[in-house]
Design a protein around this ligand. Structure first.
Ligand code: BGC
Length: 932
């Protein structure tokens, strides 16, 4: 019998709310307990699954009834019922008991739906419309590609193919599903209406090994009687001009389509409409469309009603059937790309050069929607950029081949018309408009923000508006670079650089629920791992990416980049407590460490022959050969290559040690204890070799750079007794640099933590509050709305560089803001045990963070007024927390006006030298005290 206020809600299946078209055979369920009382813990649960809602509610013909399971687990509970079937929708609900045996009602009903699980489920044929193959661009060297700054000759681009097929539905349809994918990108319409609301499907994956199909519920679009289904295709990432060098045809030179529309009539009979040779094709108003170059539309060529059944397609061409291996076909996993926000134009500027430029006030990834009225044939050009130059003129600062970011719209004339490109996106804040008939009014333009539509889970706020803007900038860089894959930037490369995401993963997991998104990307990474264990620098690792890496570095991976195979799953495990993500990628992790170990053991530095035996022996544990990106973009280096060369040696060995240590922990989590011992021993040897090779008596490292010290301290690479001296060296370097950082990509995530850990908290805050270049607030004070690729992307003298203005890597400080400034931490992976430890004496007067963990909302907030401290803590049901009240005396602390020993929900408390530590159960708490 249900009692009390206990509830189970927020039901997730495989991290998603009611997913449609998944292919996991044992999906996992998560829910949250809701309880008004403090200290609520789950003692048991019961899950029920049925293939209809009625059966579920009546508890008959169940596919699974877990029975009452005595367990406090409310996340990642695995389905163990009867085998799941293609296409079927399953309904589930859960009820819980707490530790007092109070029982909740059944939760509301949630569902998930299976996609097509067997190869035989696919009756459709791959089809290819009549088309000119996409012209393959000549391979350029990296230098040539970057220097090539000519506008693209768009006459070589092809019109987008249109495909259509008619069908009749013989009676009322109760359920219709469209399963579809493409070579290229696609959009579907049925009877004149778009199917679904996702963009750029099938999205960017390692197509030759992993191609997603999407499932659309199109029940409302199909009608009894005559129908038509149509699709438009574009080059996309498959055949378009992508990556740093802007090469076309990375996966193929012909566009293709595969679709299957399945109808179920009211009488339960079924019909399938598939892609086959009855599909017809043509072209239309999309003159070309390329992800990087842009899109050209001639609205005079719109084929009105082309996806209506009575449209005359007698002049359309037949398509040809094609045969492709379907073994890499998988159901789409994770939230799709959507328009997640629409921004108004903030102002229209006339630049000193006389250009008309719209300012959207925010750097984004997306596209413009424009309303216009004018004579037929009028040609309007929209060019996109993230910055203006130092004089306020429009500047396309991104150099390289095919980086045009230019859309063209030719008016149909007469009625008011709207243009928004379909198959491209740009990184921009400013849009230069040319050829617009009449006055460019801001209200006629909006910007559509594109992103993988993940749930926001975190927010951070404090008393310094500049830090709040920094947090917003981090969010924006995440939102606009997590677009199908974790990209480095949304304009120049748009590539899944492994180093960038390993640096940013912990921050990203605070801001959004990235579990499915990054797991999908990791699956691609695992598929792209080389047989020798190398993990490519970027995923998807397409032909021109490979070519550049081979010519630049003679291999496919770099220290600090390939380590993403270990660091990213670990970050996901830490944030969500998902053990399966560790299990799934354990083998690729082992292969990676094995590759690094073999390289370290077999490749010796040039001066090896001059070494004595002891030195020679040590070399086996140093990863000191080959090209690496090092502490990429270290500010004091004269160029990115210079920072790579100067720092690569300590960085490579540091990451070797770090990855070995993480792998040892991972092996322990997975119960592989002898593996854990092996990697821990390996880590010990690497650390020993590191300090013997690089550490001097006075605590200096031979690579005398901030980043090298940060990594050595963070990864415990120097013996305990030397750590103080090493930390002093780091502090001295920072002070000598005017209290400004000089850290690159891979060390900056740990910089402030290391300073705090070694008693240099003041210095950490000096760096955080620093406004001179290089620093986080320098960018903010220069008007940044996203995180820049380089600290000085705009130089102190105002010069605008050709760096990207939207790279999330240096936004990794966000993780520290949540943990250290607001004090929202975990004591156990996934936040089953929480630690609230605010830094009330950091110079701010208040800070607070909120995080939607899998268990529910966690809040850590504090404020300081004179000596009076208030700490608010929200601990979700089914978790426990420890709140650290800095510099408090227990007898002076009140919780919601009650003395500590009388407050409800408090399990125990303890006076320590540094304050009071309170152990508590779930609930919302408010502590007040005066600083001792
Ligand atoms: C990218 C980076 C990437 C790096 C490799 C750059 O061009 O934009 O973010 O990690 O190359 O060093």
């Amino acid at each position: 019998m249900a009692t009390g206020d206990l509830e189970a809600g927020q039901l997730l299946c495989e991290s998603m709310v009611n997913p449609v078209g998944i292919d996991m055979l044992a999906p996992r369920f998560s829910w949250q307990l809701k309880s008004e009382r403090r200290g609520g813990l789950q003692a048991a649960y019961r899950i029920m699954v049925a293939d209809s809602e009625e059966n579920l509610l009546r508890c008959t013909d169940l596919c699974w009834d877990s029975g009452k399971v005595q367990s406090d687990e409310s996340v990642f509970c695995t389905y163990e019922g009867e085998p799941l079937t293609s296409r079927k929708r399953y309904y589930w609900r859960v009820k819980v008991w707490d530790q007092t045996e109070a029982e909740s009602d059944w939760s509301t009903v949630a569902y998930w739906e299976m996609g097509l699980l067997q190869r035989e489920d696919w009756k459709a044929l791959w089809i290819e419309p009549k088309q000119e193959p996409v012209a393959e661009d000549p391979i350029l060297s990296l230098r040539e590609a970057l220097q090539c700054d000519n506008p693209t000759d768009t006459s070589v681009l092809h019109p987008c193919p249109y495909l259509r097929k008619t069908f009749s539905a013989s009676s009322a349809v109760r359920k219709a599903r469209l399963y579809a994918t493409a070579h290229g990108v696609y959009v579907f319409e049925i009877n004149g209406q778009k199917a679904g609301n996702q963009e750029l499907a099938p999205e960017f994956t390692s197509y030759d090994r992993y191609l997603q199909y999407q499932t659309y519920d199109v029940t409302d679009l199909v009608k009894n009687g005559e129908n038509a289904i149509g699709a438009i295709l574009a080059d996309g990432w498959y055949a378009g001009r992508i990556g740093l060098a802007g090469n076309s045809c990375q996966y193929g030179d012909k566009l293709g389509l595969l679709f299957q529309l399945e109808l179920e009539y009211e009488d339960r009979t079924q019909e399938i409409i598939v892609s086959d040779q009855q599909v017809k094709c043509s072209t239309g108003h999309l003159i070309y469309s390329d992800i990087f170059i842009g899109e050209k539309v001639d609205a005079r060529l719109i084929k009105d009603g082309w996806t209506l059944p009575d449209y005359d397609d007698s002049a359309w061409d037949p398509v040809s059937a094609a045969h492709f291996d379907m073994s890499g076909l998988v159901a789409h996993y994770g939230e799709p790309v959507r328009v997640v926000e629409t921004l108004p134009a903030v102002r229209v500027i006339t630049t000193p050069k006389g250009e008309t430029v719209i300012d959207f006030g925010q750097v984004i990834a997306g596209r413009v929607s424009m309303r216009v009225e004018g004579p037929a044939g009028t040609e309007i050009t929209l060019e996109h950029s993230e910055v203006l130059d130092e004089h306020g003129n429009f500047l396309n600062n991104i150099k390289g081949r095919h980086k045009d970011q230019k859309d063209i719209y030719i008016l149909r004339g007469g009625e008011p018309e709207t243009f928004e490109p379909l198959f491209t996106f740009h990184g921009f804040r400013y849009v230069k408009v040319s050829g617009y008939p009449g006055v460019v009014l801001p209200e006629r333009f909006t910007a559509a923000v594109l992103s993988s539509d993940m749930r926001y889970t975190g927010s951070f706020e404090c008393s310094d508006a500049r830090i709040n803007r920094l947090q917003m900038n981090i969010m924006w860089s995440q939102k606009t670079n997590m677009l199908s894959i974790p990209m480095d930037c949304p304009q120049r490369e748009r590539a899944g650089w492994t180093g960038d995401i390993q640096v940013f993963a912990p921050t990203s997991a605070f801001n959004m629920d990235v579990l499915a998104f990054l797991t999908r990307w990791l699956r691609n990474l695992a598929l792209e791992q080389l047989p020798n264990g190398e993990v490519p620098n970027g995923v998807p690792y397409h032909k021109s990416f490979i070519h550049i890496d081979h010519t630049l570095m003679g291999k496919d991976s770099s220290a600090g980049w390939g380590d993403a195979v270990i660091i990213v799953p670990w970050a996901l495990y830490e944030a969500y407590g998902d053990v399966k993500v560790l299990e799934e990628f354990y083998e690729p992790m082992v292969k990676w460490i094995d590759y690094v170990r073999r390289t370290a053991e077999n490749e010796m530095p040039d001066n090896f022959d001059q070494m004595d035996d002891v030195q020679k022996e040590r070399q086996k544990y140093l990863w000191n050969t080959g090209y690496h990106f090092g502490d990429w973009l270290m500010p004091s280096a004269s160029s990115p290559q210079d920072s790579a060369i100067k720092t690569k040696e300590p960085v490579a060995t540091s990451f070797y040690a770090y990855s070995a240590a993480l792998l040892s922990k991972i092996a322990d989590v997975l119960g592989k204890h002898s593996d854990a011992e092996y990697y821990s021993d390996l880590n010990r040897r690497i650390r020993k070799a590191f300090s013997e090779q690089y550490l001097q008596y006075d605590g200096t490292l031979s690579a005398h750079f901030q980043g090298a010290y940060v990594l050595a301290l963070q990864f415990d690479l120097v013996p305990e007794e030397a750590r103080g001296k090493v930390a002093e060296q780091l502090a001295r370097l920072i002070e000598e640099n005017g209290c400004r950082l000089d850290t690159g990509f891979v060390s900056v995530p740990f910089l402030l933590d290391v300073l705090c850990k070694y008693g240099k908290r003041d210095l950490a805050y000096k760096l955080l509050f620093q406004t001179e270049c290089p620093s986080w607030l320098y960018e903010v004070e220069r008007g940044a709305t996203t995180i820049w690729e380089a600290w000085d992307a705009i130089k102190p003298d105002g010069t605008v560089s050709s760096m990207s203005f939207n790279h999330y890597a240096f936004g990794c400080v966000g993780d520290w803001l949540y943990r250290e400034v607001a004090g929202l931490r975990k004591e156990q992976a996934g936040y089953k045990k929480i630690r609230i430890q605010p830094d009330v004496e950091c110079g701010l007067s208040h800070a607070s963070a909120k995080y939607e963990s899998r268990y529910g909302t966690i809040v850590s907030g504090w404020s300081k007024q004179g000596r009076r401290i208030t700490v608010t803590a929200i601990i979700p049901p089914n978790t426990t927390g420890t709140v650290i009240l800095p510099n408090a005396m227990h007898e002076n602390v009140k919780e919601s006006e009650m003395p500590l020993n009388e407050a409800l929900g408090i399990l125990s408390y303890r006076q320590t030298n540094s304050g009071v530590s309170v152990h508590l159960g779930s609930g919302s708490y408010r502590f007040t005290y005066d600083l001792a």
